[in-house]
Ligand binder design. Structure first.
Ligand code: HEM
Length: 280
């Protein structure tokens, strides 16, 4: 669909306009709070991401608008808003979808849960340090397998910058074309996985599929536009997975309610997830 139609559709949608106005109100509040904090702590450089974005707000937006692009300084109010919105949209649903898949897949694979718990050993009650989290090799394979089995972002897009041809098929690509890269299909393509890719099997990363094709698994994209939050996302996923496995065991809630399946409306989430929770 040409993007102009999408833009007209959104402009006419009352739901979209209402959602945008709510987010804008929150955004203005965050900017105000951050500016106040910066004023209160004069001399002390605030270094969090929101503070950095807000510090780069243009002092005189009207003056900057009329300058040529390469002479512009700082970011306009709208640009900072777009950046903050992208962090919200890009981070929240992806990470929560990965966690939903983790819970669903654990409930279906008691063997994997038992192995994670065994790896945690005596660390059943303690908060783990970042170094300890990183040393959990099996958990690392499980998280990788969750992101392979059900990559929250099923696709990404690249724009072609020069006329070119695909090497194997000779298909012509034109400058300006948009290429849709199907992250999900790559994770299930039997040409790139030695162990059946339709199987949830974390051990694949310790055995036959250890040296898989680098582009067969790109849940965070690749290249210079790859996900900016992937290190944070992996840390969050590991920390939460450990906390869950220290305290609870997930069980299958039944064939019907916990049927799984895929629901892909932008982000890939399980269609049916219903688990039992036993406190250990
Ligand atoms: C499991 C969690 C996440 C997944 C699966 C995920 C996936 C992705 C993917 C596939 C892309 C497109 C990359 C490309 O085209 O090469 C992307 C971009 C992006 N992600 Fe994530 N993401 C996750 C978490 C996060 C978090 C926690 C943040 C922020 C704190 C974040 C911020 C972004 C931003 C800002 C971009 C755009 C980067 C750019 O265009 O230069 N993501 N993410």
């Amino acid at each position: 669909m040409p993007s102009i139609i999408g833009r007209i559709y959104l402009k006419c949608s009352p739901q979209y306009r209402q959602a945008l106005s709510i987010i804008r109100k929150y955004f203005d509040r965050i900017v105000e709070q951050e500016q106040k904090k910066t004023e209160e702590s004069i001399g002390e450089r605030r270094t969090n991401l929101i503070a950095s974005l807000i510090n780069s707000l243009q002092e005189n937006e009207k003056k900057e608008t009329i300058k040529p692009t390469d002479k512009k300084k700082g970011l306009s109010h709208d640009e900072v808003f777009d950046e903050m919105l992208l962090f919200l949209v890009g981070s929240y649903e992806t990470t929560s979808a990965a966690l939903a898949w983790f819970i669903h897949l654990m409930s279906k694979n008691p063997r994997v849960q038992a192995k994670i718990k065994a790896e945690l050993g005596d660390n059943k009650q303690h908060r783990l340090s970042i170094e300890q989290l990183e040393s959990l090799e099996y958990l690392n394979c499980v998280i990788q397998e969750v992101l392979r089995f059900a990559p929250p972002s099923i696709s990404t897009i690249r724009s072609v910058t020069i006329d070119d041809r695909l090497p194997a098929s000779g298909i012509q690509l034109h400058k300006g074309d948009e290429i849709w890269i199907n992250i999900f299909n790559l994770t299930r393509d039997k040409r790139y996985w030695k162990i059946d890719p339709d199987l949830f099997y974390p051990e694949r990363f310790q055995s036959e599929d250890k040296d898989h094709h680098p582009y067969a698994l790109i849940p965070f994209g690749s290249g210079h536009r790859q996900c900016i939050g992937q290190v944070l996302a992996l840390l969050e996923l590991k920390a939460i997975a450990v906390r869950l496995m220290q305290h609870v065991t997930f069980g299958d809630g039944g064939l019907e309610v916990n049927a799984g399946g895929f629901n892909a409306k932008g982000i890939l989430i399980p269609k049916k997830i219903g688990v039992t929770i036993t406190f250990d």
